[in-house]
Design a protein around this ligand. Structure first.
Ligand code: H53
Length: 841
């Protein structure tokens, strides 16, 4: 730290600092100041982008005022801190959310209006920080919101990707990927901390030496092949209605300061600069795979890099407070968001043993008391494992440490299961069957004191299937923490009209106490309330219709049922089952023009991993069906299909409030939890779904009469698989199913080209890993019930109201409270806005 000046009495950023006012006049003043003094623009020539930037900076000032107070309080109290480590934080646009959480959304709208600016237009200027793929990254962002709202000292640690998730365009019906340059004009929310920097070693080899001293301790030196410097970029994450902004700290890679002078002096300027370029590639781009492992060296380097920076940062903080690291685990608890950061287990051991010269046993005891691990998947292909050679080459010291952890661990297993060689092979951190791998989930379980799944069903399957042996060894480690989503972004911000009606009906306060929504239940029987409810949904649908026109160039009818499936495109999520229903409905409407069914607009949205061919083909099928149905005049006012391009956090905020029906149709036992299902429910959509992930708990909350359940359950799926599933039998036994599949195969949707969908049809008939054909009839029958219910609009409104009234359980506040008491053992720390003296800064 630099020289500090003497304390002065003058408050700089205090409680009554009028520069930080939240009223309309103060906001206008602040906006104009930022326009001139940060953007160097005067109002007459300012672009929309300048105006967005000025407003964002004015809001950021107000966050930072609270931030310094928070940082001071945490430092003074030495508060126990939660570190949420995640390779992804899908935070979405920040301005609207920050205005909501500061409680100044309406003031800001008025301030801008008085300056002749439209707040919605300004909000629209913000680039979406797409630092995640899907559910896992968005969950991390919801959890940061709840942690701050609940006033829990917390840091989110992640990666500042220069390119986030790609932008999806639809070209000739196919997905095309465009780079996401979200940092093109900088982000007003990120604050660079060039002096919070660490040099991280990668590659090379280790050298073992016994110390000359009497103890003759073995010392290990890691001689790296390269060194990359990580610097911190901080984003404040403000809680709702409190003064707590927590810190999201993202690491960015650069070349270390002493770059290759040998090359430079030899006149090889380019080689010297090369190091810089190579280092920067480390945090250049997010891997666009959701639930599929990439397995490349660069990905392992990314994971190691951000974990290594984060642990060094925590150690630095701890050594500011205490003389040594013996109480590290009392001051910090680290939640590992899936296995992506699980190398942290070996890294903390490396730091404690090699750098801080701690004995193995003490270091291991601290490590095991520091980490907790969340598992997010049941798909075998998503369980990370690293080829041993690749791992050893990238992290030679960690390889040795993992071998040591493994030996000691397997000794424990031998004592527990004497003579059982098979269990040793199954549980080992190293997969020795065939090509050898390091199993990251096993490392995470062994190195953690708690392991949790993300929905009740999923947590049971973790214990009975994927981590069964570990459950038998350490049953006390295992728990469930059902996911949740933040109602601030997904209800208050996304659905202001419904939020206002709720305010008027049960009073404010529900947004931080979502169980209070139960008070809405009696209004489900009030016809006047139901009518208002329908009016709000209609308004939200009209808004989405305009968006659909803008981005998909399609017309949608707001009087029809909005039947929506938005999520990553994946075979297990079964978007193609939804399409089989669409085609079935199309066929029936063609064959029988007088059929009485609810008019529908079926909306799809979601990205496919660029290398996932079947997922891309599923998108092609959706766009092809949309095209043919859209061209058919007989379908007007009856059936329509839309593929909404580039589904992301921002467009989600328009989609959830407009949905009538939420499609949650994964094969039972495959979706760990799902979180979109919760966002739909909170916005009054009814669910058609299988008994999978958190659907099970949604059904439990809303009751069977307010949920459209279909399909096999997990034991039935297992049983069918055990007996030998033959999809073709279903095809042959069900004439309607045959018609639907044959229509796809016939080239009807592709101008006679029979080749396009052949891989998809062949796959369904011969493999059908996710058992679409087995669930087909049950799904069609259930959609029939949906249609009947929709036509009875009083009944539908009633069900919709009850769904919202019973959605409180799925608030991320509930989930975070459970983590706090059951895993993290942390308490809230209240932040008061007081006057700070210069010395505090
Ligand atoms: O995590 C969500 C779950 C969802 C699950 C998802 C997920 C990813 O997005 C990526 C990797 C992974 O292992 C799991 O698919 O079911 O809701 C948050 O827990």
């Amino acid at each position: 730290a630099g020289a500090r000046s003497a304390p002065v009495a003058v408050p700089l950023v205090g409680r009554d600092d009028e520069r930080m006012g939240l009223g309309v006049e103060a906001l206008k003043r602040a906006f104009l100041d930022r326009l001139v003094y940060s953007q160097a623009r005067f109002p007459e020539v300012a672009t929309r982008r300048d105006c967005f930037q000025a407003l964002a900076l004015a809001v950021r000032d107000r966050l930072l005022q609270r931030w310094v107070q928070t940082a001071r309080t945490y430092r003074d109290k030495g508060s126990r801190t939660v570190c949420y480590m995640s390779a992804e934080f899908l935070i979405g646009p920040q301005l609207g959310n920050n205005l909501i959480n500061l409680g100044i959304f309406d003031n800001a709208r008025q301030a801008m209006a008085e300056l002749g600016l439209d707040l919605d237009m300004l909000l629209d200027q913000e680039e979406e920080p797409g630092l995640g793929n899907g559910g896992l990254g968005r969950l991390a962002a919801c959890y940061l919101d709840s942690l701050a709202t609940l006033e829990i000292p917390a840091i989110g640690y992640g990666i500042r990707y220069e390119f986030g998730i790609f932008t999806q365009a639809i070209r000739d019906g196919w997905q095309a990927e465009l780079t996401d340059k979200w940092l093109r004009s900088g982000s007003p929310w990120l604050i660079h901390r060039p002096n919070v920097a660490f040099d991280i070693k990668i590659g090379g080899h280790t050298e073992h030496q016994y110390e000359a001293s009497a103890s003759r301790r073995l010392r290990v030196q890691w001689v790296p092949a390269k060194v990359v410097r990580g610097t911190a970029w901080d984003m404040p994450v403000l809680g709702y209605g409190v003064n707590t902004p927590n810190r999201l700290r993202l690491w960015s890679a650069e070349a270390p300061e002493e770059f290759d002078f040998a090359a430079f002096n030899a006149g090889n300027y380019y080689q010297a600069v090369d190091a810089e370029v190579l280092s920067e590639t480390l945090t250049k781009v997010l891997y666009p795979n959701d639930e599929m492992e990439a397995g490349q060296t660069l990905r392992l380097e990314q994971q190691y890099f951000f974990v290594a920076c984060s642990l060094r940062d925590m150690i630095r903080l701890q050594l500011q407070r205490e003389a040594d690291l013996s109480r590290f685990h009392e001051k910090f608890v680290v939640q590992l968001n899936d296995t992506h950061p699980s190398i942290a287990v070996a890294e903390l051991m490396h730091l404690l043993v090699d750098d801080y010269e701690m004995l193995w046993d003490e270091a291991w005891s601290i490590t095991q008391r520091t980490f907790a691990y969340t598992n997010h998947t049941l798909l075998p292909e998503a369980l990370e494992k690293w080829p041993l050679r690749l791992f050893q080459k990238t992290l030679p010291r960690h390889y040795e440490i993992i071998c040591e952890i493994n030996e000691r661990f397997l000794d424990e297993v031998r004592i527990r299961f004497p003579g059982d060689e098979a269990v040793l092979r199954r549980m080992s951190l190293i997969d020795e069957d065939g090509a050898r791998y390091i199993r990251m989930a096993h490392l995470a379980v062994v190195g953690s004191f708690a392991v949790n799944g993300v929905a009740a069903l999923h947590s049971e399957l973790v214990k009975s299937d994927i981590l069964k042996d570990f459950y038998e060894l350490w049953p006390e480690k295992f728990r469930n923490k059902t996911n949740g989503v933040t109602p601030r972004r997904f209800v208050l911000l996304a659905n202001p009209t419904m939020s206002q009606l709720i305010d008027e009906t049960i009073g404010k306060g529900w947004v931080t106490d979502m169980m209070r929504l139960r008070e809405l239940e009696p209004y489900a029987d009030d016809p006047a309330f139901r009518e208002k409810w329908r009016g709000i949904k209609r308004g939200n649908k009209e808004h989405l219709v305009r968006e659909i026109k803008r981005v998909a160039h399609a017309d949608a009818d707001p009087a029809s049922m909005f039947d929506v499936q938005v999520k990553r495109i994946h075979e297990y999520k079964r978007q193609h089952l939804n399409l089989l229903h669409v085609i079935s409905l199309y066929k029936r409407l063609k064959d029988n023009p007088n059929l009485v069914v609810a008019p529908r607009t079926v909306i799809f949205g979601g990205k496919a991993a660029p290398g996932y061919r079947m997922a891309k083909l599923m998108i092609r099928l959706a766009t092809a069906v949309a095209d043919i149905v859209g061209r058919d005049p007989a379908m007007h006012g009856r059936l329509q299909v839309v593929f909404f391009p580039n589904y992301n956090v921002k467009s989600g905020q328009s989609i959830f409030p407009a949905a009538d029906l939420s499609e949650q149709i994964s094969l039972a036992g495959k979706e760990a939890s799902g979180t979109g299902n919760m966002k739909f429910q909170m916005n009054g959509a009814l669910t058609i779904g299988t008994l999978d992930g958190a659907n099970v708990e949604i059904l439990e909350q809303v009751g069977e009469e307010n949920f459209f359940l279909f399909g096999m359950n997990t034991p039935e799926v297992k049983e069918l698989r055990r007996c030998g599933y033959r999809p073709r039998d279903y095809y042959e036994a069900n004439p309607h199913l045959r018609e639907v599949i044959d229509l796809i195969g016939s080239g009807f949707f592709t101008r006679g080209d029979r080749d396009v969908f052949r891989p998809l049809v062949d796959h369904l008939l011969n493999h059908d890993e996710y058992m679409l054909l087995a669930d087909f009839q049950s799904y069609i029958d259930c959609q029939e019930k949906v249609s009947e219910a929709y036509i009875d609009y009083e009944r539908w409104s009633r069900m919709s109201i009850l769904n919202v009234a019973r959605s409180g359980f799925f608030s991320s506040d509930r989930a975070i409270k459970e983590y706090c008491t059951d895993i993290w053992r942390v308490e809230p720390v209240r932040i008061e806005l007081t006057d700070l003296s210069e010395d505090d800064l």
